[in-house]
Design a protein around this ligand. Sequence first.
Ligand code: GLU
Length: 339
Amino acid sequence: MSKPRIHILALGGTIATRPDATGAMQMGLGADDLVGAVPLLATIADIEAETVSRVGSHSLGFDQLHALAAKIRSLKADGVVVTQGTDTLEETSFVLDLLLDLDIPVVITAAMRNPALTSADGPGNLLAAVRVAADPWVREHARALGVIVTMLDEVYAAADVLKVHPTRLNAFASTQTGPLAALVEDRIVPLALPVRDAMNAVHRRLDALTGDGAAPVALFWMSIDEPGRLIEALLAAPDRLGYRGAVIGAMGGGHTPERATDILIKLAAAVPTVVSPRAGGGPLLEKTYGGPSSEIALRGAGLIWGGRLHPLKARALLETCLRFGLDRKAIAELFAGWN
Ligand code: GLU
C-alpha cells in the first residue's frame, strides 16, 4: 500500500532553534533540518518539507496566517503538518481552523525544549504529528476534526487547546473538552470528535467572501477595581488608534467592575465588543445576575456574548469577522454559536 503524502511546513519556533556563539537560541533550522533529525518519518509517509519562515510565533501576524491558509489549500497532499513556536499556538491553530475547511488532516506541532537541551521534545512531537496526519481514523474524520494540535502524545481541537504553562513539557491542555486522541506505541487511539456546529457556521458565512486587510482588535482584561481609562483613551482617539473591535476578558460568568461599565457600554456602541470569560473557558451566564455590570445588563446594552471561547480565541474570531467585512449582526450570530 502506498504511503500517504504528508507536507511539512516549518514556520520557526523553539523546535527550529539552534545556539548562536553566545549560547542563546536563535531561530535557524529549516524544514529539511527538522525532517533530517527524524529518520523514522520516511517509514510512515512520503514527506515533502518546506520552510515558510524562521520566526518566533510571538512575531507571527494574521496576514501570515491567511497566506499560510492559502498555501495549505493549494497543496496536493494527503495531510499537512505545520511546525511553529508554542507561544501563540492556541491562537494560530484557531485562526487556521476558522479559515480552512478541508478533507485532509492539518496538524500543528511545536516543542517546549529546544534542540540543545537533553530530552528535546521537537523530534518526538514531529514524529507524532506525522503519525497523526497519516492515521486512517484521522484522515477519515479530517473535516470533522478540523485543524488539530499534537503535543506530548495528545491530540487537541483548535477551538479548545490552551497553553497552560510557560516552560513545562506538558504545557498544552484542552481544559474544556479533553484530548481528541492519544498516541501510544505507534498507534493513534481515538477518544472524541469535537462539536463543530459553531465552526461550521463560520465556514458557511465566510465561504465566498475575501478578507481585505488587517482589522485590529483590542483586548481588555478586566481585573479588580479596573477604572476603564484605556477604553476611554480608545474612544477619544478611535482613528488614531485604529482598533475596529474589542474583546473584554470578563470576570466570572460575564461581569465587569461597576466603575468601568458605562465606558464599556460606550465602547460597544462604537465598535463590536465581545465579552469572553477571563477564566479561560465558558460557557458564560446569560440570565442569572441583575445589577448594572451583570450579564443581563451587559447583554441588554449591546455587548456581544462570546460564550465559551477563551478571550484569545474570541479576539481571533472577531478579527477574522471584521477582516471579512461582517457587520455587527452577523458577528453576533456567529458568536452565538459558542454560547
Ligand atoms: N517564543 C518562541 C515562539 O513562540 C519560542 C517558544 C516556543 O517555541 O516554545 O516561537
